[in-house]
Design a protein around this ligand. Structure first.
Ligand code: GLC
Length: 527
């Protein structure tokens, strides 16, 4: 089928700070990523998406950008970036960069100029500054990270920040901002990137009246700050820029929704090429829930959507799927049910995460893998230090996202597993989870991912396209893809008879005669 590369791509997300450290200063960097390209090539990925590596005070792990067209010295140089793109390209891997257009860093020169220039200036109009209501903020909006979405500056005005106070929101109704970002896109496209991941892609435009909300609790619903209709034209203009470059560069929007119908705003064929479908990531471990979200995704997004099980913002799937008893009190983030006193069965979670990986890679469309998921890493809940603004702003009430950002364990039998004083310490029980340990073990999760992507590349039925459901017993899902591919998943608790098949291509756990054991997925070649 002749479809753009990104409709069937396996994309691997690198969180540069925690991936690999080229200069051994404890912070991962671009030379570190470059030194691991063979590892990524063996994983069989089509593209790697780099979370931000731009100059930043790192108040939100780099999603607070002070210069959109450079590399933070801690992460390397532009020359390192170019070398990474070239070496990745030589292995058939495209590089997608993360663009953060909703907000910048308080250290961005434009924000510094806005502070100095004062109320009523053109510089201030690049951000969303307003007078307060007496001593109260201009409206009742809350930050996604907790607390008010407004911070007051010394002359009395307030600026809007949907996230941390170190991340002022741009005013997208000011053409200066739009022009600046057009240039940012071109800067990276000129450096041969495969495209962009767009941070908070649903947040750029705010209702100009900035009205109070009936319920200010942060949410992904349509609101005066999310999913404003101006976004449709905005993404058409970005698509035109993308399409003016060779190689079919993509852009994938981070668009969280509460109702998948809200995606419709973004589904213009001349607009945003792709958006993240987070439905699978939010589904509890059950056949009914998975079936429902897969059907919803096809019904809304058409064939070949994106699929995601994990990223740098959510609890690792091993821990999510192994959750036996929810936490009380402190949790990682609102509503996650995972916290230090939750009961988690890691072996069960690992088994399920492996099954989910086979589902992910068998679904029609493009699949996103977050670094460390291929190792079956769990969430680390007992870190001795925390860096996430979610932790800071909630004054420790929520642990935040550091637990899924622990540096990749590469080698060795004791922590820090090949790192030199990493910025976050890995736990001391990851000896069997290191890359080196898993490379030596054909039953490892790493090998499961490698085998799955090898088969995915070779099998005509996999990648873009459609699926057809087959009847399955309760607790199971079975679908087929033409020609000749069947995927069956047993969500448990009992074992499930296998559908008829010619040969087993891959199983997430050992099969039991002709039965699919609980929490197992299998890829079959049809008769
Ligand atoms: C996105 C990023 C997240 C970041 C937030 C603010 O959701 O994925 O890591 O904290 O935007 O930039």
């Amino acid at each position: 089928m002749d479809v753009p590369w990104w409709r069937k791509a396996v994309v691997y997300q690198v969180y540069p700070r925690s991936f690999a450290d080229g200069d051994e200063d404890g912070t991962g960097d671009l030379p570190g990523v470059r030194s691991r390209l063979d590892y990524l090539a063996e994983l069989g990925i089509d593209a790697l998406w780099l979370s931000p590596f731009y100059p930043s005070p790192l108040h939100d792990g780099g999603y607070d950008v002070s210069d959109y067209i450079d590399v933070d010295p801690r992460f390397g140089t532009l020359a390192d970036f170019d070398a990474l793109v070239a070496d990745a390209g030589a292995r058939g891997i495209r590089v997608i960069v993360d663009i953060v257009p909703n907000h910048c860093s308080i250290e961005h020169p434009a924000f510094q100029e806005a502070l100095t220039a004062g109320p009523g200036s053109v510089q201030r109009d690049r951000f969303i500054f307003r007078e307060g209501r007496g001593d109260a903020p201009p409206n009742n909006w809350e930050s996604m990270f907790g607390g008010p979405a407004w911070t007051r500056v010394s002359d009395g005005q307030w600026y809007l920040h949907l996230f941390d106070s170190a991340q002022p929101d741009w005013n997208w109704r000011n053409p200066w901002v739009a022009t600046m970002f057009d240039e940012v896109l071109r800067f990276w496209l000129d450096r041969d990137v495969g495209g962009f991941r767009i941070d908070v892609a649903h947040g750029l435009f705010k209702d100009a009246a900035l009205p109070d909300l009936d319920d200010p609790t942060p949410s992904d619903r349509i609101s005066p700050y999310y999913h404003q209709s101006d976004l449709a034209a905005h993404y058409r203009s970005w698509r035109a820029i993308l399409d003016s470059y060779p190689g079919n560069p993509t852009a994938v929007g981070e668009i969280w929704v509460e109702d998948p119908e809200d995606w419709r705003l973004y589904l213009d064929p001349a607009g945003l090429p792709q958006l993240f479908n987070f439905l699978l990531l939010r589904a509890p471990w059950s056949a009914d829930a998975f079936r429902r979200v897969i059907d919803t995704a096809f019904a809304t997004l058409g064939d070949s959507p994106t699929w995601v099980l994990g990223n740098h913002d959510v609890v690792r799937q091993v821990t999510r799927y192994g959750l036996i008893k929810p936490a009380t009190g402190v949790m990682t983030q609102p509503g996650t049910m995972v916290g230090p006193n939750a009961v988690i069965d890691q072996a069960l979670g690992t088994r399920r995460a492996r099954a989910a990986a086979l589902l992910l890679l068998a679904l029609p469309g493009s699949a996103y893998i977050y670094q460390g998921d291929e190792l079956g890493l769990p969430e680390v809940l007992d870190l001795p230090l925390r860096d996430d603004p979610v932790f800071r702003r909630s004054v420790g009430h929520f642990l935040g996202r550091d637990g899924c950002r622990v540096p990749m364990p590469w080698s060795g039998t004791t922590e820090p597993y090949g790192w030199h004083r990493p910025w976050l310490p890995p736990p001391d029980n990851w000896t069997d989870l290191t890359v080196a340990a898993q490379q030596a073990d054909p039953t490892s999760t790493l090998w499961l991912y490698r085998d799955a992507s090898r088969i995915r590349r070779a099998h005509e039925a996999l990648g873009a396209g459609e699926l057809r459901w087959r009847d399955a017993p309760p607790g199971g899902l079975v679908f087929e893809r033409e020609p000749g591919f069947v995927c069956a998943i047993n969500f448990g608790p009992g074992s499930m008879p296998l559908p008829g098949y010619g040969k087993v291509l891959l199983a997430s756990s050992p099969l039991d005669d002709a039965a699919l054991p609980p929490d197992t997925a299998v890829w079959l070649q049809a008769d």
